[in-house]
Design a protein around this ligand. Structure first.
Ligand code: GLU
Length: 311
């Protein structure tokens, strides 16, 4: 007898360090349609790990903006700021496998050890603290609280992305040992995402291309923590009608500003165009979009917003 496929579980997981913008909404739209058109569940998680940068009022505004746009989600909203004990348990599991070590390097030291033209995103940790003796650790701990890093093997991780095809990365060469908890106690994004997705039963992750290169690290963490793998789809970043990347500082494309100029249905029309579902913008609701949703039409490299948005 053929095995019946269970309905998928997807999620949208914004970091509320500012107001939501059209790029966030584009990602939420695809994540929502992808699961809803197969009768699946859609979860909302607020990634407010960095409490000072993500105050509660910004989370509340993000939730209100999503409601205004017509989103519905299943179950309670998860707030990462309330989940310390789950991340602590995962850290303990990794520690018991001998996979974690304290790192005392400062940002300045890390920058000095790499080519100056490579920004933070390209920073592959050179392993300075990986081989400290217990005595060295004790001495350094007296003056500085360490970050905690996960040791990675010299192994290439490959996965199949629903839109980008096969993606491969060597953990040691392309990522390096990465931070699970910062020296100021804040949890690292990779650990929190993996723990939360697994504990909420998420089966598919739809998110922006900017996180494609984080995925092999997350797959490795899932394996170390014996968590179920998930399917990935990394969608192109949204470009404004002039072909420029949207940024949080672009106030004009922030949702609260746009909602003063346009109705929610008009915004969906623009985003449906950028996604390739419509050839010209026309107003429609989020649930109307289920009728025109066609994953095969999604662009792979970049999605451009129509001119009507700036007219
Ligand atoms: N919080 C991340 C962001 O807003 C997304 C994380 C994810 O989808 O895995 O960019």
């Amino acid at each position: 007898m053929p095995i019946k496929e269970l309905p998928p579980v997807g999620r949208f997981a914004p970091t509320p360090s500012g107001r939501l913008h059209l790029g966030n909404l584009f990602c939420a739209m695809i994540a929502y349609l992808s699961v809803r058109h197969r009768g699946g569940q859609f979860l909302l998680r607020i990634e407010d790990l960095d409490r000072p940068r993500c105050p509660m009022h910004l989370s509340e505004m993000a939730i209100r903006d999503l409601e205004k746009m017509g989103f519905t989600w299943d179950g309670p909203i998860l707030f990462q700021s309330q989940r310390d004990n789950h991340y602590e348990a995962a850290l303990q599991c990794l520690r018991s496998q001998g996979l974690i070590y304290p790192c005392f390097c400062t940002r300045a030291e890390l920058h000095a050890s790499i080519a100056p033209n490579l920004g933070d995103t390209m920073l592959v940790y050179p392993g300075t603290c990986a081989r400290l003796t217990p005595e060295e650790v004790r001495r350094k701990s007296e003056t500085r609280a360490p970050a905690l890093r996960l040791r990675v093997p010299d192994e290439t991780i490959s996965f199949r992305d629903r839109l980008q095809g096969t993606v491969s990365e060597n953990l040691l060469r392309d990522c390096g040992d990465f931070v699970l908890r910062r020296s100021d106690g804040l949890w690292g994004y990779q650990l929190a995402v993996v723990v939360d997705d697994a504990q909420s039963g998420v089966t598919e992750v739809v998110r922006g291309m900017d996180l494609l290169s984080a995925t092999p690290r997350q797959i490795y963490l899932q394996r170390c923590l014996s968590l179920a793998p998930v399917h990935y789809m990394h969608i192109p970043l949204l470009l404004d009608p002039r072909g420029r990347r949207l940024a949080k500082r672009d106030r004009d494309l922030s949702l609260d500003v746009l909602l003063e100029k346009f109705r929610a249905e008009e915004l969906w029309g623009f985003l449906a165009c950028a996604a390739g579902f419509l050839s010209a913008p026309e107003p429609l609701s989020l649930d109307d979009l289920l009728e025109v949703y066609d994953e095969g039409k999604l662009p792979r490299d970049h999605a451009v917003l129509p001119e009507a948005l700036v007219r």
